[in-house]
Design a protein around this ligand. Structure first.
Ligand code: ADP
Length: 198
């Protein structure tokens, strides 16, 4: 109980502290980096869930999203499971401040190969679904970098390179936000993004 209250309090503080530390543009799409909680992205149309194959509540991102969402969210995901690494599915977002949740299964590092291609597929498929639903803004967590063990630096590289290429094809998505859970992760993402934009 105390752990739960502490976690909720910590997440709330993270959300309040959220600061946009970097912003750039790929084609006509704005890309920004913030710290915070993926489940508290109030002004964003679609949030991305770093889901598990069964699309159930879990730890990390999936836990935060399903805890904040209504139980109905789990009812919506159930018939869509299981999904494979690299795949993404979309649901409405009952109980969350967003219109949609896009659930992606990232690769488990060292097990699902080729892991780089599968991680890139998550970002591509999420953007594909966003376009299909005429979504204007989307927020990604650092997919696969938690329980799935993907090195943060490599994951950031793949995320930005994929988004940069896909941005040329985007008609509806005008804002892509990366939500990092710690200041250290944010600094690392910032360095990688700076390298990519040169
Ligand atoms: P995966 O199983 O794909 O590795 P996790 O949920 O374990 O997904 O973690 C993915 C990343 O999201 C990690 O960097 C973790 O620190 C971060 N993270 C965990 N909870 C949240 C949250 N509520 N909001 C944003 N990022 C989060």
């Amino acid at each position: 109980m105390y752990i739960f209250i502490y976690n909720a309090f910590y997440i709330e503080i993270c959300a309040r502290k959220r600061s946009k530390i970097m912003e750039t543009t790929f084609s006509n799409t704005k890309v920004e980096l913030v710290t915070g909680d993926i489940a508290s992205q109030d002004e964003i149309d679609a949030i991305v869930n770093a889901a598990n194959a069964e699309l159930r509540i879990g730890g990390g991102v999936a836990g935060a999203i399903h805890r904040k969402g209504d139980p109905e969210l789990t009812q919506l995901t159930r018939p869509l499971a299981p999904i494979k690494p690299g795949e993404a599915v979309i649901t409405e977002a009952p109980g969350l401040p967003n219109d949609y949740v896009i659930h992606c299964l990232g690769p488990v590092y060292g097990r699902d190969e080729p892991s780089g291609d599968l991680l890139a597929k998550c970002y591509k498929n999420a953007l594909y679904l966003a376009e299909k639903h005429e979504i204007n803004s989307i927020a990604f967590p650092a997919i696969s970098t938690g329980a799935f063990g993907y090195p943060m630096n490599d994951a950031a590289q793949i995320a930005f390179e994929t988004v940069k290429v896909e941005a040329h094809e985007l008609e509806f998505v005008k804002l892509i936000r990366f939500v990092l859970f710690s200041e250290d992760d944010l600094e690392l993402y910032k360095e990688v993004l700076n390298e990519i934009i040169g």
